[in-house]
Write a protein that binds this ligand. Structure first.
Ligand SMILES: [Zn+2]
Ligand SMILES: [Zn+2]
Length: 232
């Protein structure tokens, strides 16, 4: 039965997962050469805590200067723009697993460029609500986290749960995002590692990571940093 999807793969039009143009015969995909050339990791001066572009002398953005966070450090492999944004959409919303594999591989390969992420003892992924997981069939953050954990030779620790179905975060102010996620996550099971690397696909305001980190802290984790595929 494994042959059938393979055969279908072969017969289905092969398109670039980002721009959706047909792929030339000899291009393996999931990206065409033009889209592949656009893929560039994040560079430039950043806030040393949250990783947003920041060229202040202290390398600490206004927001990070003004309060304390449960997540000690956030780093993104890429900016949320083409082709990473399109690849992620193809993966999440059109089920292009080849796009997911490419992103996971890229992210895992870029981990070593961010020594500020410290020396975690385990990787934990941001969970989807069970209903959303059933709909989609997979958790994109878990795919990424598995690749990152394998590259860093760390265990992927399970136990973080989304216990409250929340509204979509976009369109909400930063304050509303925080309130929306209040009590959304909880840790269940064996105690989390003392130093945890949280993994998610996209970071916008950082509220989701912060809510996850608070649940991890409540369960006993002490040092929580986060690595995301892309920063919006
Ligand atoms: Zn393309
Ligand atoms: Zn900051």
């Amino acid at each position: 039965m494994r042959l059938l999807p393979r055969l279908f793969d072969f017969l289905a039009p092969r398109t670039c997962a980002a721009c959706r143009r047909d792929l030339p015969l000899l291009v393996a995909g999931p990206l065409c050469g033009d889209c592949l050339a656009l893929a560039r990791p994040e560079t430039g001066p950043r806030c040393r805590r949250c990783g947003v572009a920041d060229d202040s002398p202290a390398r600490l953005c206004r927001r990070c200067r003004s309060r304390l966070f449960a997540v000690d450090c956030i780093r993104a492999a890429f900016a949320y723009r083409p082709p990473v944004r399109e690849l992620l959409h193809a993966f999440k919303y059109r089920g292009r697993l080849d796009a997911g594999r490419l992103l996971a591989g890229w992210m895992a390969g870029l981990l070593s460029r961010h020594p500020e992420l410290g020396r975690p003892l385990a990787v934990v992924c941001v969970p989807l609500h069970p209903g959303r997981l059933r709909e989609r069939g997979f958790n994109q953050a878990e795919w990424l986290a598995r690749a990152v954990a394998a590259a860093a030779r760390l265990p992927l620790q399970e136990g973080l749960r989304r216990v409250k179905k929340t509204r979509a975060q976009w369109g909400l102010s930063r304050r509303e995002r925080g309130a929306n996620l209040e009590g959304a996550f909880a840790w269940a099971g064996a105690r989390p590692a003392r130093r945890v690397l949280l993994v998610d696909d996209v970071c916008t305001s950082g509220s989701t990571l912060e809510a996850c980190a608070r649940a991890l802290q409540a369960a006993g984790a002490e040092d929580i940093r986060a690595f995301v595929l892309a920063r919006d």
